[in-house]
Design a protein around this ligand. Structure first.
Ligand SMILES: Nc1ncnc2c1ncn2[C@@H]1O[C@H](COP(=O)(O)OP(=O)(O)OP(=O)(O)O)[C@@H](O)[C@H]1O
Length: 304
C-alpha cells in the first residue's frame, strides 16, 4: 500500500490554480522532497494531504484512507510541522507536549515516556519546565518537531524545517530527519537544495501547481547536461598563459587564485594537470547539483 496517493487533485483560490490535476505517490518509509519556487503549490499540497484543506477535485488517500471521508483516521497517521508553528506561548514545553498528546488520545502512561523520549531526541530535556515564550527560534522549532511526533505518526511532514535557523541547529534538525529514514514516511518541503539532496530518497520538482519531474536526486541530475568544469586553485596565475590545450572551451579566473576551466571532455584533465604542475594548490571537478537542476527546470526569478 502507498503511504500517500494524490490523483488528479486540483485546488483553486479564486482565479489562482494552486494545484492543477496533480498526481503524486509516496512509498512507505521514504523521504520525499518537494521543491519548487515561491507559490508553486508546496504548502497547498501538504495541507491537502493532512486534511487541513479540501481539494476541489481528485482523490487523496493516506494509507488507503480517503482524506475527505476519514479525516480523523488520517490526522492520527500524520505529524505536521508547519512553516510557522503556532505554539501556545504561556505553556511550558512539558505542558504543551502533554496537551497535544492528550488531544491525540495517547495512552496516559505511554505519554509520559514519550514526552521524555522526544525531549531527549530534540535535546530539550533541560527546558521542559520553561515557558514557550522564553525560548529562542531554534528551540521553538525543536519543540515543534517534538509536538509533531507526539502521537507517533506513521507520516511526518516538514514544511521548511530549517528556515531561519543557525547552521548548527539546522544541522541538528537535518540529522534528526535523516534518522527517521525507513522508520517513518517523511515529506519534506524545502528551499535548500543541499538539504533536499542530502536527505531525500526522491524529490518532486513543483511549478505552477504541477510536477515538472520526480526522481532520486541522482536521476534528476543525470538528466541535465551540465558543462564539465575543472576547478583549480593556483599558486601563480601566470601559468595559465601557456595553457593551450585542445579541448579547453574557456577559462574563468575567480577570486583568490581560483580558476574554472570549462572542458569539452574529461580526457584532457591529465594534460592540464601536467601543464599546471606544482602550481596546483587544489583541484576538483564541479559536479552537477540539485540547484543546477532546479535552475534549469524552473529558471531564475529575475527582478525587472
Ligand atoms: N489561503 C489562500 N488564499 C488565497 N490564495 C492562496 C491561499 N493559499 C495559497 N494561495 C495561493 O496558491 C498558490 C500556491 O501557494 P502555496 O502556499 O501552496 O505555495 P508554496 O509553494 O508553498 O510557496 P512558498 O515557497 O512561497 O511557501 C500561490 O499563488 C498562493 O498565493
Amino acid at each position: 500500500m502507498k503511504a500517500v496517493e494524490l490523483k488528479g487533485v486540483s485546488k483553486k483560490f479564486g482565479e489562482i490554480n494552486a494545484l492543477n490535476n496533480f498526481t503524486l505517490e509516496i512509498e512507505e518509509g521514504e523521504i520525499m522532497g518537494i521543491i519548487g519556487p515561491n507559490g508553486a503549490g508546496k504548502t497547498t499540497t501538504i495541507r491537502i494531504i493532512s486534511g487541513i484543506l479540501r481539494p476541489d477535485d481528485g482523490e487523496v488517500r493516506v494509507y488507503g484512507y480517503d482524506v475527505t471521508k476519514n479525516p480523523l483516521e488520517v490526522k492520527k497517521l500524520i505529524g505536521y510541522l508547519p512553516e510557522e508553528p503556532n505554539l501556545y506561548e504561556r505553556f511550558t514545553v512539558y505542558e504543551l507536549l502533554k496537551y497535544f498528546g492528550e488531544l491525540y488520545d495517547v495512552d496516559k502512561k505511554k505519554l509520559e515516556m514519550r514526552i521524555k523520549k522526544l525531549l531527549k531526541l530534540v535535546n530539550m530535556e533541560d527546558r521542559a519546565n520553561h515557558r514557550i515564550n522564553t525560548l529562542s527560534k531554534g528551540m521553538r522549532q525543536r519543540v515543534a518537531v517534538a509536538r509533531a511526533l507526539i502521537h507517533d505518526p506513521k507520516i511526518v511532514i516538514f514544511d521548511e524545517p530549517t528556515m531561519g535557523l543557525d547552521p548548527g541547529t539546522a544541522l541538528t534538525i537535518r540529522k534528526f530527519i535523516a534518522k527517521l529514514r525507513g522508520k517513518k514516511t517523511v515529506i519534506l518541503c524545502t528551499h535548500y537544495m543541499e538539504e533536499a539532496e542530502m536527505l531525500c530518497d526522491r524529490v518532486a520538482i513543483l511549478n505552477k501547481g504541477k510536477i515538472l519531474d520526480i526522481g532520486t536526486p541522482e536521476e534528476l541530475k543525470s538528466k541535465i547536461h551540465s558543462p564539465i568544469v575543472l576547478q583549480v586553485k593556483l599558486n601563480d596565475l601566470n601559468v595559465l598563459r601557456n595553457l593551450e590545450i585542445q579541448g579547453i572551451k574557456k577559462i574563468e579566473v575567480k577570486k583568490h587564485h581560483n580558476v574554472e576551466i570549462f572542458l569539452e571532455k574529461r580526457s584532457v584533465i591529465p594534460k592540464i594537470v601536467e601543464k599546471l604542475g606544482k602550481n596546483i594548490l587544489s583541484i576538483n571537478t564541479k559536479e552537477t547539483s540539485l540547484q543546477d537542476v532546479f535552475i534549469k527546470m524552473v529558471g531564475e526569478d529575475e527582478f525587472h
